[in-house]
Ligand binder design. Structure first.
Ligand SMILES: NC(=O)c1ccc[n+]([C@@H]2O[C@H](COP(=O)([O-])OP(=O)(O)OC[C@H]3O[C@@H](n4cnc5c(N)ncnc54)[C@H](OP(=O)(O)O)[C@@H]3O)[C@@H](O)[C@H]2O)c1
Length: 299
């Protein structure tokens, strides 16, 4: 029998990569959901339902009608500075919506895969294992941490896929990413300042989709770190991008994060240890250099 998987936020970066991946997998009956209309260019191979995750009745109705075996919950308010200035909206999208999905999962005996973030940590001691203690330093981080607790204490079958700085190309995206920003700036001959005092394990969106699929396929319970494997500063990411596209690295200058004023604080040193997803799921992400090549092939 086919496994029915429902994904939330299918218009987003991860959502789009999941639609691409899961429509290619045999044995999957895919239900894609997002706020408003489907913005994906291709509507073959899956069913689309409009679902605003902040609308409890809509969530209960759509999940009740489609009865998925697994929900992969990707939708969220992901703009960290916007979460800091619009706290009510952030809480509604990142926490209360998760409570509705938990309720719907409980009623329909659905396995819930919730996507979370390295921003639940304070960034004092990365890279982190799944067991590290959370201590968010931004409202976005607090909201995602509260959502994790709602999932963990739900009594349903659940998994949490935590990820870090996701990059990739998707259809109709307003947001850019570090690779495209560095490439465009250097091609235009612009000098850029890039920070040397933050560390991340940047994640190719295709790898994150793969990790979510491995969890869903195995219905593996618990918390899983699903990120890239290279532990890099944004400055190092910029230098690797310049190398890959053979652009002028002298335009990249080193900066300290205190140079930039942003509404939300960023954790300095996050990044993930990947021992558990490798051992339990067989997850193996690409290197950052390989990730740039995947992205470049889609330009
Ligand atoms: N991107 C990163 O660097 C990063 C890092 C760590 C963790 N994460 C986590 O990874 C997950 C996926 O992020 P992403 O990069 O794919 O983000 P994204 O591209 O911003 O996609 C998020 C999607 O959520 C949708 N959404 C927001 N509110 C909604 C609502 N009320 N109902 C239905 N859909 C709603 C958005 O819809 P619209 O398009 O209509 O606005 C958007 O398409 C999120 O849970 C995020 O917290 C991301």
């Amino acid at each position: 029998m086919k496994k029915r998987i429902l994904i939330t936020g299918s218009n987003g970066l991860l959502g789009q990569k999941l639609v691409d991946l899961l429509t290619q997998k045999p044995g999957i009956d895919l239900v894609a959901t997002a706020r408003g209309a489907n913005r994906l260019p291709n509507s073959d191979g899956y069913r689309y339902e409009s679902m605003d995750i902040t609308n409890r009745q809509q969530v209960l109705d759509v999940v009740g009608e489609t009865k998925p075996d697994v929900i992969i919950h990707t939708a969220a308010m992901t703009n960290v500075d916007q979460c800091e200035s619009e706290k009510d909206a952030c809480w509604a999208q990142n926490v209360r919506a998760v409570e509705y999905l938990v309720e719907a999962s409980r009623i329909n005996s659905t396995f819930l895969v919730h996507v979370s973030t390295d921003f639940i940590f304070d960034g004092a001691s990365g890279p982190y294992t799944e067991e590290a203690d959370a201590n968010p330093i931004s409202f976005y981080g607090w909201s995602k941490y509260a959502a994790e607790k709602a999932v963990i204490h739900s009594g349903i079958k659940w998994a949490i896929a935590r990820t870090v700085l996701v990059y990739g190309i998707a259809h109709d995206m307003s947001r850019t990413n570090i690779i495209l920003w560095v490439k465009k700036s250097l091609e235009d001959g612009k000098t850029i300042k890039v920070v040397t005092d933050q560390w991340r394990t940047p994640t190719l969106a295709e790898d994150l989709a793969l990790g979510c699929w491995l969890i869903a396929d195995q219905e593996a319970e618990g918390i899983f770190n699903i990120s890239g494997k290279d532990f890099l500063t944004p400055y190092e990411m910029a230098m690797q991008t310049a190398d890959f596209f053979q652009l002028d690295k002298s335009l990249i200058t080193q900066a300290d994060s205190s140079t930039f004023s942003q509404p939300a604080r960023r954790p300095p040193r996050t990044g993930f240890v990947l021992d558990k997803p490798r051992r339990v799921l067989g997850y193996e992400p690409k290197s950052f250099e390989e990730g740039i090549a995947v992205l470049a092939a889609q330009l």
